[in-house]
Ligand binder design. Sequence first.
Ligand code: ATR
Length: 273
Amino acid sequence: MTDHYAVIGNPVAHSKSPAIHAAFAHQTGQHLEYGRILGSLDDFAGDVRRFVAEGGRGLNVTVPFKQQAWDLLADRSARAEAAGAVNTIIVLDGGRLRGDNTDGVGLVRDLAANQGFGFDDKRVLLLGAGGAARGVLGPLLEAGPAALIVANRTAAKAIELAATALDDRVNGCALDALLGQRFDLIINATSIGLAGSTPAIPEDCLANGGWTYDMLYGDQPTPFCRWGAEHGAARALDGLGMLVEQAAESFALWRGVRPRTPPVIDLLRGRAR
Ligand code: ATR
């Protein structure tokens, strides 16, 4: 029998996850089907229950359900626990559900393994203090930067998020407190790009040779990618690689096989390898 997986979100029609997982399944010779579920905004738990009752084996959870998934599942991995969000649901034998979060490891793998960014001795700036920022904080620290500054329009949220790390390399502050500071890597985890704009950060806060990374992606360069290019970034990356890497980690959790990601990233960028 074919195993069924899906991404659940609202909206979900634009999701690239079905194409990514179909490519992984083809590459690894795994027999599975991966669909999309338009989750109902007031009955996420019911949607998950129905999917499992019909024999579903696993779900990717996307906007706006990641926190609800965390609430729903009692059995959560340590990284889901720290992220406060679940993006991967694993259906165990007997129908029990386990929640995990592969977003942070996806970001770090894209930066370190795909792009060759070395975190050692680097000063990293994380913009935003919402769910997206919280989801990547732990894995970013594990990557070993010298300092990680969380900066947010609402400073109190950045200070609060930074405090959860219990790590003296981490500090939270307001965007205007970045004046005079320089960073080797600036990661945009705010949602402002969806409105076509970028966070109000100092023009000169990217160090010489520094990189920018937008967790958003699009068919065109995102506003923050453009900001990076205009401010001398050695690399101005978008979040497509992170999307594929978080999917690969989910796939490995479900299937016990890790797909190769570079050909799938190229495929999505329209460059078949
Ligand atoms: P997500 O799950 O995508 O992180 P979220 O939890 O709503 O969504 O968080 C959105 C983030 O984008 C927040 O850090 C938010 O800043 P505030 O905490 O000050 O609201 C940030 N953001 C959204 N619009 C912004 C803007 N116009 N300028 C700066 N930051 C913005």
